[in-house]
Design a protein around this ligand. Structure first.
Ligand SMILES: C=Cc1c(C(=O)O)[nH]c(=O)[nH]c1=O
Length: 310
């Protein structure tokens, strides 16, 4: 079967990438993803200056997923811009440069530097980091989302995607989609972790991560129903020119199939990629192909977005 996908004029051999934040902070980690079966690699969300991030323990695996309050540790914007440009020079177009400035001004500064650079690939503006103390997520402030998009598109003409938090109210999908449809976005990536969950340790009767008194973003199996709903809701509402990247709860080919059936063009694996490492990409794409063959689908377009109601 053919697992190829094109986003604008960027071709992917298969739809399965890593999600920003997991095993993608260093060039060594990013090289390992590109050397694997993954369809591409996403950089750890960058801030203008390098950051150490929050105190440890700041991420814990849980029975059905993970909780994290990393606090945006990263080597700084220049490190990742240099990396994706060097990859582009080496002929690799399957990179996504993720940025997560701590203010609208910082995001616009990074976008201006990207605009001024030779980078022609995908850019993911992360409006959904739940773990910087004192900073509420831009993605839950629709006026702020409109402001940043209006400002960005006065100068940015690259391939801009948005990483959004999960939404849980159908009116929010209507309201936000009406805003997003006004802009030439390349894609929407849904979902980021479900913010500010809590996990406890029975023996010690403590929380399991140190930052924010134990509150952190939830990922993994726990979030797949929310991810599928967000992907479906945005697919049904957004201009078809705005592609969808599905993230959340993927650890098998079946999960990938479900994301694509709900409308995803590409998918990203975060939590499950942590413990399994890069072999997950070959396993998951093989499992996806097996399902497609069993169902008689020859390409992803044969079933993408074709979830039926009953
Ligand atoms: C960019 C920061 C993020 C982080 C983090 O660095 O704490 N964790 C998440 O689950 N999602 C994020 O978007």
């Amino acid at each position: 079967s053919n697992l190829q996908v094109s986003i604008n004029d960027i071709n992917f051999n298969n739809p399965v990438l890593n999600a920003a934040g997991v095993r993608c902070q260093s060039t060594t980690e990013l090289d390992a993803i590109l050397a694997s079966t993954a369809g591409g690699a996403v950089t750890k969300s960058a801030t203008l200056q390098p950051r150490n991030g929050n105190e440890t323990p700041r991420m814990q695996s849980l029975p059905f997923g993970s909780i994290n309050s990393m606090g945006l540790p990263n080597y700084g914007f220049d490190y990742y811009l240099d990396y994706v440009i060097n990859q582009q020079i080496a002929g690799n177009q399957n990179l996504i440069l993720s940025i997560a400035g701590l203010s609208i001004a910082e995001n616009l500064t990074m976008l201006r530097q990207i605009q001024a650079s030779d980078y022609q690939g995908l850019v993911e503006l992360n409006l959904s980091c739940p773990n910087v103390a004192g900073k509420s997520q831009v993605g839950y402030d629709f006026e702020a989302v409109a402001d940043i998009l209006a400002a960005a598109f006065t100068f940015f003409d690259g391939h801009l995607g948005l990483k959004l938090p999960p939404y849980f109210d159908l009116n929010q999908f209507d309201e936000l989609s009406a805003i997003l449809n006004q802009y030439p976005l390349t894609y929407v990536n849904s979902i980021n972790s479900i913010g500010n969950g809590l996990a406890v340790d029975l023996d010690t009767e403590t929380v399991v991560i140190k930052p924010k008194a134990g509150f952190g973003g939830i990922g993994g199996d726990y979030v797949k129903p929310t991810a599928l709903a967000n992907i479906r809701a945005f697919r049904l509402r957004l201009n078809p020119a705005i592609k969808i990247i599905g993230t959340g709860g993927i650890s098998s080919g079946q999960d990938v199939f479900e994301h694509i059936l709900c409308g995803a063009d590409l998918v990203q694996i975060g939590t499950a990629f942590g413990p399994e490492g890069t072999p997950i990409f070959e396993r998951v794409t093989d499992e996806l192909e097996t399902i497609m063959v069993a169902k008689g689908y020859r390409s992803l377009a044969d079933f993408r977005g074709k979830l039926k109601i009953i």
